[in-house]
Design a protein around this ligand. Sequence first.
Ligand code: NAD
Ligand code: UGA
Length: 460
Amino acid sequence: MTNILCIGAGYVGGSTMPIVASHCPQHRFVIVDINAARIAAWQSDQLPIYEPGLDEIVKKTRGRNLFFSTDVNKHIAEADIIFVSVNTPTKTFGAGAGRAADLQYWEKTARQILENSTSSKIVVEKSTLPVRTAEAMERILNSNGRGLHFDILSNPEFLAEGTAVRDMENPDRVLIGGRETESGQKAVAALVDLYANWVPRECIITTNLWSSELSKLVANAFLAQRISSINAISALCEKTEADVSEVAYAIGLDNRIGKYFLRASVGFGGSCFKKDILNLVYLCEHYGLPEVARYWEQVVTMNEYQELRFASKMVSSMFNTVAGKRIALFGAAFKANTNDTRESPALEVCRALLEERADIIITDPHAMENARYDLGDLAKHVTFEADPYAAAKDSHAIAVLTEWSQFAQLDYEKIFASMAKPAFLFDGRNLLDHKNLHAIGFNVYPIGKPALTHLLSPNP
Ligand code: NAD
Ligand code: UGA
């Protein structure tokens, strides 16, 4: 039996480790966090994150070979392998503020590992980190003077929220980076063996440490770049009567381009894309590559443009004012099937419309609590309504901002009848049947497609 510890019971630690534990009943897993409320939630029937399929896996493994605890020091002492999945947000202070990764949680964890270890260990970087972080970690951990040796591995996580269980059960690849020393390679082999309990060995790839660390940032940058690229084209489509879905389909059939991640939208959100690209930008600047930095920075700039373009289009379409108008936002989560609202475009649009003094009402099946928290002081100017029909009643407009399938199944005739007229619908996810909505009487504004309106000037 190996004692495996995961430090950080957030989205990543909390959704990955139960799945590893379910496939490795021969090993003992503990997930620790300094946030006692979070640990209590993981031990309860109301898990702190909404992730389809995760509840059953946690129920199956919890108390069997998976345990949650706040006693970080004790479990560090007992562990053979430690996964570190603490948060690595964008720095908000000092050098690199607004770009560089804030490594304070990661470094504190490294020092805590050092203080509480009585045996040599493998330490796995699960958090997303700047390239060459492992070098600093090696220096901290191997400066112990107690004869303890720590092998640092990079094993970035590629799961997406909402599909975390599927992504972990059946990953495209597992990436493990380690030192090319004998001890480093032994550590790599131990981690490969762990994953091989359910992942085919040909899907487990090993590289040097720096390639592995950098690949994670690059994967997110490439994914986000595709969204910004198609969103840039969506703006051109709206000017030219081309249809962005048809363009995406046409180009995506080219195998060299591929069909994934070409859904035009109100913008990408989530805790990682923006943070990881800004981190990449910072690294490029640090290594004296300003042109490369500017290239990637544009992916984030385009995303901000798309979010604000959507909000401005709402205002201009509604006769240049939304002040005092009731507007229902369908969705707060940054994507469907999660309760996560970090960097959600829905909340960006909400903020922009509040500036215009709109009367905002938000409905979302799982993310209202997080939305309220993330909006901070602004939340007191927003109404939260669980029932989408009640949210839409008397509204001048609906904006679909998260692609929850529930929103596609609503009775829009009933909704239209209850709204102020003319009734507007802005579909930031191209989720709904626009022709049908138009036939019902809505003025419909999709992303990257001609507007379908009953007004005299359809494309303001
Ligand atoms: P999160 O904020 O949800 O969770 C991090 C947890 O670490 C928190 O609960 C926090 O209390 C805990 N923590 C911080 N310092 C600690 C310490 N010293 N000891 C014990 N616990 C501590 O973050 P997340 O979304 O799980 O992301 C974690 C990392 O994984 C980040 O680097 C992120 O970029 C990366 N990542 C996230 C996703 C995702 O889908 N969210 C996917 C891939 C990679
Ligand atoms: C993303 C990556 O997909 C994961 O591989 C990575 O592990 C993770 O970031 C991370 O490092 O945190 P995630 O942010 O959870 O996962 O979700 P995505 O499915 O990538 O969606 C991100 C955003 O892009 C969402 O707002 C989504 O609605 C939007 N999106 C996605 C589009 O607007 N269009 C698309 O075609 C795809």
